[in-house]
Design a protein around this ligand. Structure first.
Ligand code: KG4
Ligand code: ZN
Length: 340
């Protein structure tokens, strides 16, 4: 039971660390008054990945309109906001600068505090949105750049107890999808094919890598084995049979989810934790969600954020700013100190 007292706060939050411009108003770290975003997927699609300069410029063009819309949706005036928060890292520097500069300017104009937020803490905090989840719990954080097991001991105290030694699982999804010619963004497309394509998850045998620390992850071996098998099967083919593509997608998804689930459960057992959560973009994955929710039958409390709070969003920044704001410059991540 946590006895920490948080003063009530209505926070305006901005997230612009990568290719989504997002703004939200969040009350007391849990109640979302408004959460909107402008996705740049179609902008970067022709390049097969995010182009940092284009991302930063697009944030700049849409952020002011989003701010007006968000305040209107939240039915709140700028002066009624009690603090302004923004992600200050990790992320693309040009993109971070846009959101953080707007937030700092708003904080100066309104004379309300600026709260700096760590993007990964924000993903963890997405679990508090519209829920009554309280620490302690074990959080599997799976995004495009990170795969970590985080022991959330209290709102403010978190320990990374395991992490990937090479590729993040989202990165592996995206790379494998690219090799298969599935397009961008790869993760959700591969997920859909794996779930709905009628593929056999046992058709392709893929390795589950061992790590010295049993709670660490490694996805580069899985990715390389996948690519070798895919190339061996498809090199001579003019057109790739749909069934073959579905079999590969289903087999990759089954293996990735098995690894994530097994390590999380082993880690929770070792730490004596019965509450689990999943966060980050890959927590939108249908098979991963299904596998984790099934753990409820084994006596675990399982929390997964609503779909809209899995991938990058600003509501999670508002939650993190309330429960766990950074002291500016913490972790050497202050975006301003890195460029000025
Ligand atoms: O958290 P996020 O939105 O951005 C980062 O902080 O990285 O995560 C993006 C990652 C991408 O790799 C994307 O392919 C993956 O999350 N992702 C998925 C799914 N939806 C997003 N991966 C697998 N299945 C999905 N349904
Ligand atoms: Zn993220």
């Amino acid at each position: 039971m946590n006895t920490v007292y948080f003063p009530p706060k209505t926070i305006l939050a901005i997230e612009s660390s990568c290719d989504d411009t997002a703004i939200a108003v969040v009350r007391n770290g849990r109640t979302v008054l408004a959460s909107i975003m402008d996705s740049q997927t179609t902008l970067h699609q022709p390049y097969g990945g995010v182009i940092p300069e284009l991302a930063a410029r697009h944030h700049l063009t849409c952020i002011h309109g989003l701010l007006e819309t968000c305040l209107a949706e939240a039915k709140i005036a700028l002066n009624d906001i009690e603090a302004v928060a923004a992600t200050i890292g990790p992320g693309l520097i040009g993109s971070l600068l846009v959101g953080a500069s707007v937030a700092k300017t708003l904080s100066l104009i309104t004379e309300k505090p600026f709260l700096a937020v760590h993007h990964l803490y924000a993903h963890v905090a997405s679990n508090y949105l519209e829920s009554d989840l309280e620490p302690p719990f074990l959080c599997l954080l799976v995004s495009g750049g990170h795969t970590q097991l985080i022991h959330v001991k209290s709102y403010a105290e978190m320990a990374i107890v395991g992490e990937t030694l090479d590729d993040a699982v989202g990165e592996a999804y995206d790379k494998v999808a690219r090799i298969m010619g599935l397009g961008y963004p790869g993760g959700p497309i591969l997920d859909k094919l794996a779930q709905q394509g009628g593929g056999n998850p046992k058709a392709i045998t893929l390795p589950t890598p061992k790590t010295q620390n049993p709670w660490d992850f490694s996805f580069s071996g899985l990715k390389t084995a996948f690519v070798r098998k895919w190339e061996a099967e498809t090199d001579e083919l003019e057109t790739i049979p749909k069934q073959l593509q579905a079999d590969f997608a289903a087999s990759f998804q089954a293996t990735a989810v098995k690894i994530l689930l097994k390590k999380t459960v082993a880690c929770a057992e070792a730490l004596g934790l019965k509450t689990l959560s999943v966060a980050g973009g890959v927590s939108a994955n249908s098979a991963l969600r299904g596998a984790f929710l099934a753990l409820r039958d084994e006596g675990y409390r399982v929390h997964i954020p609503k779909m809209g709070y899995c991938t990058d969003n600003a509501a999670m920044v508002g939650a993190s700013a309330f429960f766990n704001p950074l002291a500016e410059g913490d972790l050497g991540m202050d975006v301003f100190s890195r460029v000025l």
